[in-house]
Design a protein around this ligand. Structure first.
Ligand SMILES: Nc1ncnc2c1ncn2[C@@H]1O[C@H](COP(=O)(O)OP(=O)(O)OP(=O)(O)O)[C@@H](O)[C@H]1O
Ligand SMILES: [Mg+2]
Length: 276
């Protein structure tokens, strides 16, 4: 099971879109996925339309028992390969400043350890943590629970400073609390190939962050908003724009899963058409 925190310093840059796109790509591969909606806005939950639950993220963070975790998870409307640990609007209370700053940051980790197991381990191959738009307590708890961190940015003038601060947050959590955490890098979202400004900003990011900028960028396509609005996986939307975005998510999923594996295994994957 891989647990990937998807985060950014800024709001509205595409965290939820990346979580949904990776879940859609994983579903196409038949890899069972759990989306954990850490954002009090609950956008991922809204787009995945899970069945009703008797608990949500707030209950899980208040009481991370197997029973609460099970009650907070439901199948999404996409099908049985994608489940949701549903968000809570009142999860904001877990995000604010507290006197005991470090206390409670491990609760999400405890909760994920309570996912149902059978002889083969937990039922999910991929757990995606959709973070709120800040580097507050909820995002920090995601960085402690995850083994991979994926940053998202748009190709704008403020991208460099935002990415820098997000990388620092990942590094700080890795050093202080979670040595397993691998920074996967930053994925640039909403790119328009013909925009010179976008090309300039991507080059700027590459100059500063080198290989930490993912070679695959996500194109700006109306299909993303259409598919999300219709609560349909991007891989099933079927327009040329959707196919372009879906392909980018296949590549991003392959890189996400490949991280940290040995070079020889990575090379084997490269010959696997299904993955690429
Ligand atoms: N590649 C894209 N092409 C077109 N529209 C996009 C793309 N990526 C994101 N959007 C749209 O931009 C809006 C914001 O995206 P999204 O909700 O994924 O951002 P977010 O970082 O999760 O926001 P928040 O910080 O509020 O949680 C949404 O309406 C989404 O459909
Ligand atoms: Mg979001």
């Amino acid at each position: 099971m891989h647990t990937v925190a998807v985060l950014s310093l800024k709001g509205g840059v595409g965290k939820t879109t990346v979580v949904l796109g990776l879940a859609s790509a994983a579903m196409r591969k038949g890899a069972r996925t759990l989306v954990v909606d850490l954002d009090p806005q609950c956008n991922a939950t809204a787009s995945l339309e899970p069945e009703a639950t008797t608990a949500g993220l707030s209950d899980v963070l208040a009481n991370p028992t197997a029973d609460t975790v099970t009650r907070a998870i439901a199948a999404s409307s996409w099908g049985e390969d994608v489940d949701v640990l549903v968000g809570s609007e009142d999860a904001e209370i877990h995000n604010g400043r507290r006197e005991d700053v470090e206390n409670g940051l491990g609760t999400l980790t405890e909760a994920l350890a309570e996912l149902p197991h059978d002889e083969e381990g937990p039922p999910y191959q991929l757990v995606l943590l959709d973070c709120p738009p800040s580097l507050g307590r909820l995002t920090r708890s995601a960085l402690i629970a995850a083994d991979r961190a994926l940053l998202v940015t748009e190709p704008t003038i403020f991208a460099v400073s935002g990415v820098q601060r997000a990388f620092e947050a990942v590094q700080a959590e890795r050093t202080a609390n979670n040595p397993r955490l691998q920074p996967l890098g930053v994925v640039v979202n909403r790119i328009r190939a013909r925009s010179q400004e976008h090309q300039f900003r991507v080059e700027e990011l590459r100059d500063i962050f080198g290989p930490l900028v993912m070679p695959v960028a996500l194109p700006d396509r109306l299909a993303v908003q259409q598919a999300q609005g219709a609560c349909v996986p991007i891989h099933q939307w079927g327009t040329p724009g959707a196919r372009e975005v879906a392909l980018a998510f296949n590549l991003l999923l392959a890189r996400t899963l490949r991280a940290g594996r040995s070079r020889s295994v990575a090379e084997e994957d490269e010959t696997d058409d299904e993955w690429e």
